[in-house]
Design a protein around this ligand. Structure first.
Ligand code: FAD
Length: 568
């Protein structure tokens, strides 16, 4: 016909989408089109700079999704950032490369995703990776080390340390301080092998030699762009999927609005692969008639596939910070991570565990009732029990704590790793350019606040512990006049809820799970009720991970490509 046709259309040229497009187009006989709403940022200094974190925020390459007023967190909206560019969110993120605790990935299999476990995902973390090692003069004396068994050396994605990351002398100070905490926090030589607990000097997605950001486009697209079967349409918005006539839900293309404003259809002969991110892929499903009929009909969209859990199970983390005066001035923007377990975070972990366990049925009922029982309380309770076991039996990290010296400030950031609160995202209109209704329900469940408070106390303790205590002066945020030294939970609550932000780790809005417990995609990442639509981005991750998301997103996408190619 007149319309251009490709074998596969990948919607979203971001972190996951470019991996899948690259791997599919390794086969000359396969024609792949990537549709990307943003443009190229190859030469954008807000992207390439390894010290420019935050510079892209609020610019044209930031979707800056807005949530609804957060009912349990101060009644104001939050901004959830995401990249709008070839390379997606990997072009604006913090470049942190930290995976997950192995038991967390094993939990995906426990809920019914056959063969999705740490053992099977681990080779895909390594497949994508081009680990650059420690052989740089500016790393001398930093104490950086790694376990080569945990890394890949032949993949496209450069991972390593950057020149500006560690040369401020703090690495060793922290290393001798964390073991002096009330419950000692040990040094972890390499947190990327599935065991994350401890203090670590972690790598980033950087080109160590050139000292520039490594993003998905730089790794997976630009070196391969000469492939005649790999096509990218930039500045092109995917509006919705189009359907083949007939009873079966088979996508035959995508309606797009081109850079010049023209709306047209592009055809896919095999599959449409959604990689538009956790806050867009479920929206595209709903705009295409896949979702909850009650929601679709409100906006005059006919139901093609009745799948009410599309957009449910949204999970994010909450990010707070404490700030201190630094006693010397730091020229670099470094950061140092610690991952405490529940026993390192809570002195009364056993009591905390017992109390939390008793609350899980009520938590699950609250999540279910908040979404009209679209997800069932019994299923949510089972997920929460798995999460409880991860925290109290497998001892996954329960918080992440980052120390970040910059100028005369000793900043910190922290978040509870695995909040229980779950919200949702749905369309608010049939117009594909309308903003969706995003409601993460931050702080809906009180354990999430407890974890956030306890991490703040952990940081105060760190700043009192020698030898690191000598490096910092007064606490300026919140400061003891705002939150007293011995403040109880009530005393911390308003500071935390009025100063947090999204941790920008939204997941699970098209969760990979069996359909009867709320899944949107099966373990081959195919959308239930459709014959040829897959989702390969952060939407499919069923449980929050303790690392940062990108490494796991890259690994899932690598595995997805093998699934689509029929190699698994
Ligand atoms: P994305 O990479 O966001 O890709 C989605 C793509 O789809 C985008 O390019 C988007 O423009 C495009 N798109 C969306 N809608 C449409 C449409 N309708 N038509 C066409 N194209 C469309 N993780 C880490 O591991 N380490 C970190 O340090 C870190 N820091 C972060 C800091 C920030 C500020 C943010 C926002 C995130 C951070 N993350 C970090 C998270 C991580 O980067 C993301 O989870 C991950 O990149 C998501 O990948 P994705 O493939 O799911 O989506």
């Amino acid at each position: 016909g007149a319309e251009p046709t490709y074998d596969y259309i990948v919607v979203g040229g971001g972190t996951s989408g470019l991996v899948v497009a690259n791997r599919l187009s390794e086969n000359d006989d396969i024609n792949v089109l990537v549709i990307e709403a943003g443009g190229s940022v190859y030469n954008n200094p807000n992207v390439t700079s390894t010290t420019g974190y935050g510079k892209a925020f609020g610019t044209a390459i930031d979707w800056a999704y807005k949530t609804v007023d957060q009912e349990y967190a101060g009644n104001y909206p939050q901004t959830v950032r995401a990249g709008k560019a070839l390379g997606g969110t990997s072009t604006i993120n913090g470049m942190v490369y930290l995976r997950a605790q192995s038991a967390q990935i094993d939990a995906w299999e426990e809920i019914g995703n056959k063969d999705w476990n740490w053992k099977n995902l681990f080779p895909y973390y390594r497949k994508g990776e081009h680990f650059q090692g420690t052989n740089y003069s500016w790393l001398e004396g930093s104490g950086v080390a790694y376990d080569p068994a945990f890394h890949g050396f032949d993949g496209p994605l450069k991972v390593g340390w950057s020149e500006t990351q560690l040369n401020d002398g703090l690495a060793q100070k922290l290393n001798t301080t964390y073991p002096n905490m009330p419950v000692p926090v040990p040094y972890n030589i390499d947190p990327n092998g599935g065991k994350m607990i401890g203090y670590a000097l972690y790598p980033k997605t950087v080109d160590s030699k050139l000292n520039i950001r490594e993003d998905a486009a730089r790794a997976y697209y630009y070196p391969y762009k000469a492939r005649s079967n790999l096509h990218v349409w930039l500045n092109t918005n995917a509006n919705k999927l189009t359907w083949k006539t007939g009873d079966e839900a088979t996508a035959d293309g995508v309606e797009v609005t081109l850079a010049n404003g023209t709306t047209t259809v592009v055809k896919a002969s095999r599959e449409v692969i959604l990689a538009a991110g956790a806050l867009k892929s479920p929206v595209l499903l709903e705009l295409s008639g896949v979702g909850n009929p009650d929601i679709l009909s409100k906006y005059g969209i006919g139901t093609k596939v009745n799948l009410p859990t599309v957009g449910e199970n949204l999970q994010d983390q909450m990010n707070n910070g404490l700030t201190y005066d630094a006693k010397t001035s730091y020229s670099n923007l470094a950061d140092y991570v610690a991952y405490p377990s529940v026993t390192q975070l809570f002195s009364n972990a056993t009591a905390v565990g017992a109390q939390l366990l008793s609350k899980l049925p009520a938590y699950a009922a609250q999540v279910a009732s908040a979404n009209g029982n679209v997800t069932k309380a019994a299923d949510i309770e089972r997920f929460f029990k798995i999460q409880w076991n991860l925290i109290f039996k497998s001892h996954i990290p329960v918080a992440e704590v980052l120390v970040e010296p910059s100028g005369t400030t000793m900043g910190t950031e922290y978040w509870g790793s695995v909040p229980f609160s779950r919200g949702n995202i749905h369309i608010s209109s049939a117009n594909p350019t309308a903003a969706a209704t995003i409601d993460p329900k931050y702080f809906m469940l009180d354990f999430d606040l407890h974890a956030q408070i306890q991490a703040a106390r952990f940081i105060r303790q760190l700043f009192k512990t020698e030898p690191f205590a000598d490096m910092a002066g007064a606490e300026t945020k919140p400061g003891f006049s705002t939150v007293a030294a011995n403040a109880n939970d009530q005393g911390w609550s308003s500071f935390i809820k009025n100063n947090f932000r999204s941790n920008f780790h939204p997941i699970s809005t098209a969760a990979m799970m069996p359909k009867d417990i709320g899944g949107v995609v099966d373990s081959s990442l195919k959308v239930y009720g459709t014959s040829n639509i897959r989702i390969v981005d952060a939407s499919v991750i069923p449980f929050q991970v303790c690392g940062h998301l990108q490494s796991t997103v890259y690994a899932i996408a690598e595995r997805a490509a093998d699934i689509i190619k029929g190699q698994i």
